[in-house]
Design a protein around this ligand. Structure first.
Ligand code: NAP
Length: 260
């Protein structure tokens, strides 16, 4: 794990309220910790309340502010309520990291069914639409803000055995680009991070174990899986005013995976 103290400090993030979906694990949890370290106030959304409570306790123990918001993002009303809870608790919403996602079942396209489609597209793309739909008015009310969506290297390239996941993450990039154009004039920047294989429960599960993940990456450009904190660092930058002229972009955080 990268030491939080080695991350650059973005002074404008201090006091900002940021909603993070998928905060119970992996990149979401790492980004919540990193944002809290910057002095941001974080809304922690995911289904597993216990994991969120543990993270909130850890953040509060270091002087940070965190709000636990149990949320299933496949339910529009719950995402809408998560935004409302952040606003009610912290006074306003200044940004979001729309990070929650699912890999779905690894299988060839012809072996997938409508249930797979609903699970993957519902979690990764439909919920991304709902998140943006309900966050944008809150950010407009705050006078502007920034949103970072979690895409993937497969927002740009294909991956055999993950057709629905690939389609959903291409969709995330499409939503990011169009929404960025719609709202930049109103002071909202919307970007995506496009991580390569990152050492989280999702990737470890997808590759069939930690050793398999390490082995699979030995011969690919990064040579190793990325750490969640390496993605968090990119999210901090994109949420901060240091990225004030950057919108609609997908920032690959992949150790060169997509430029091979
Ligand atoms: N790891 C990689 O190699 C990799 C690479 C590129 C992109 N990504 C993307 O990065 C994001 C984060 O994944 P991760 O790698 O950090 O995996 P992770 O550790 O498994 O975390 C996934 C998170 O998504 C949340 N989530 C899933 N379905 C949800 C739902 N219906 N409602 C609310 N929250 C839900 C989970 O929380 P609960 O289970 O508590 O609900 C969990 O916090 C995902 O969008 C993923 O597609 C991952």
């Amino acid at each position: 794990m990268q030491d939080l103290h080695t991350l650059p400090i973005f002074p404008d993030l201090r006091g900002k309220t940021i909603l993070i979906t998928g905060a119970s694990s992996g990149m979401g949890a790492a980004t919540a910790r990193a944002l809290a370290h910057q002095g941001a106030r974080v809304g922690l959304a995911a289904r597993r309340r216990d994991a969120l409570e543990n993270l909130a306790a850890e953040i509060r123990a270091t002087g940070g502010e965190a709000l636990v918001i149990p949320t299933d993002i496949t339910q529009e009303a719950e995402l809408e309520a998560a935004v409302a809870r952040c606003r009610a608790h912290f006074g306003q919403l200044d940004g979001a990291f729309n990070n929650a996602g699912t890999l779905g079942r690894g299988a060839a396209l012809h072996a997938l069914g409508n249930q797979d489609y609903q699970e993957v597209m519902g979690t990764n793309l439909q919920a991304m639409f709902w998140a943006l739909k309900h966050q944008v008015p809150a950010l407009l009310a705050a006078g502007g803000g920034a949103i970072v969506n979690n895409g993937s290297v497969v927002s740009q390239v294909g991956f055999a055995g993950a057709s629905l996941y690939t389609a959903s993450k291409h969709g995330v990039m499409g939503l990011t680009r169009a929404a960025a154009l719609e709202y930049y004039p109103q002071g909202i920047r919307i970007n995506a991070v496009l991580p390569g294989p990152i050492d989280t429960p999702m990737a470890v599960g997808g590759f069939g174990g930690h050793e398999q993940l390490e082995a699979a990456l030995k011969t690919l450009p990064p040579g190793r899986p990325g750490q969640p904190e390496e993605v968090a660092a990119a999210v901090l930058f994109l949420l901060s005013r240091s990225a004030s002229y950057i919108s609609g972009q997908g920032l690959a955080v992949d150790g060169g995976y997509t430029v091979q």
